[in-house]
Write a protein that binds this ligand. Structure first.
Ligand SMILES: [Zn+2]
Length: 87
């Protein structure tokens, strides 16, 4: 009996995890985002990812920077991310 209960809880967590990871995916390269420890930021860690293009001016010249793609978690998202990434 105990064995069954533990299994279903594990399955439940697995499902929740998969759902979560499917939701937090880089919109640019499609890689799953990972949690920046101690924050509510989910960030793309794919070194090949081009990231978000951002234009800025330096000494009157237009330059382009690439920021990593990120998404912010809400309170509940943080809890789920904690259980996924810190277990
Ligand atoms: Zn990416």
């Amino acid at each position: 009996m105990k064995e069954n209960k533990r299994l279903s809880k594990k399955e439940y967590l697995e499902q929740r995890k998969n759902k979560f990871l499917k939701r937090y995916v880089c919109k640019i390269c499609g890689s799953p985002l990972s949690l920046v420890q101690g924050t509510n930021v989910m960030m793309c860690n794919n070194g090949e990812c081009k990231g978000i293009e951002r234009k800025y001016y330096e000494n009157g010249k237009e330059k382009t920077a690439h920021d990593p793609f990120y998404m912010l978690l809400d309170e509940r998202g943080i809890q789920i991310a904690d259980s996924i990434f810190n277990s």
